[in-house]
Design a protein around this ligand. Structure first.
Ligand SMILES: CC(C)(COP(=O)(O)OP(=O)(O)OC[C@H]1O[C@@H](n2cnc3c(N)ncnc32)[C@H](O)[C@@H]1OP(=O)(O)O)[C@@H](O)C(=O)NCCC(=O)NCCS
Length: 170
């Protein structure tokens, strides 16, 4: 099911049929440098199974979504908005694309649409992004999406930079 469409991208629910396409992206050390290291085909399958379980647990409006480049209809990564706890009290924007598609403004295009979706459809007050200190591209995407650096926090056993944006009261 399609969740978000932008001029160049479709963000839809992941299915097990995406395993090979995602696994080839997750096998790239450059892509996974700041995201927990590379994953095998089997690990990617388990990852997608968890994501599908979380759609069921948190509702189909949340999670990581397959990201499709409309021009060539290719699966180019996964982006989305994921709850950091079971109560969905804190939502993190996430984006990860195949290296081939970097540098075209696609992550920013996805992130802006995810931000608007989070505020308008999910109705959350704040969205965050947790980013490794060395991940400059991701920090730039956060800034271009209107997030600002708030503080350093401990997450996943690491010190990371927390960027945040609040819903504007109209
Ligand atoms: C982070 C990521 C999603 C960005 O995707 P993208 O489509 O290339 O992003 P955009 O083109 O929208 O913007 C990237 C910005 O970072 C800049 N950038 C990229 N690498 C950079 C670097 N090493 N140093 C400085 N700036 C850099 C680009 O020039 C661009 O900025 P600009 O618009 O001012 O020129 C992509 O690099 C990726 O998938 N990385 C691996 C997964 C990951 O780390 N995800 C984030 C986890 S927090």
């Amino acid at each position: 099911m399609i969740v978000i469409e932008t001029p160049r991208l479709i963000l839809r629910h992941l299915t097990l049929e995406d395993t090979e396409a995602l696994a080839s992206i997750y096998a790239d050390p450059a892509v996974m440098k700041f995201v927990a290291g590379t994953l095998s085909l089997e690990e990617t399958k388990e990852f997608i199974e968890k994501i599908i379980n979380r759609y069921e647990q948190h509702g189909y409006g949340f999670g990581l979504w397959a990201t499709i480049y409309k021009l060539d209809n290719q699966f180019i990564g996964r982006c989305g908005v994921k709850p950091l706890d079971n109560k969905c009290s804190e939502l993190e924007m996430a984006y990860l694309l195949s290296k081939e598609y970097w540098g075209r403004g696609l992550a920013t295009e996805a992130a802006i649409a995810i931000r608007d979706y989070g505020f308008e459809k999910v109705g959350c007050n704040r969205l965050i992004s947790l980013i490794d200190h060395g991940n400059i591209a991701s920090q730039k995407v956060a800034l271009k999406t209107g997030l600002t650096y708030a503080k350093d926090v401990q997450m996943w056993g690491e010190n990371v930079r927390l960027y945040a944006i609040y819903q504007q009261i109209k």
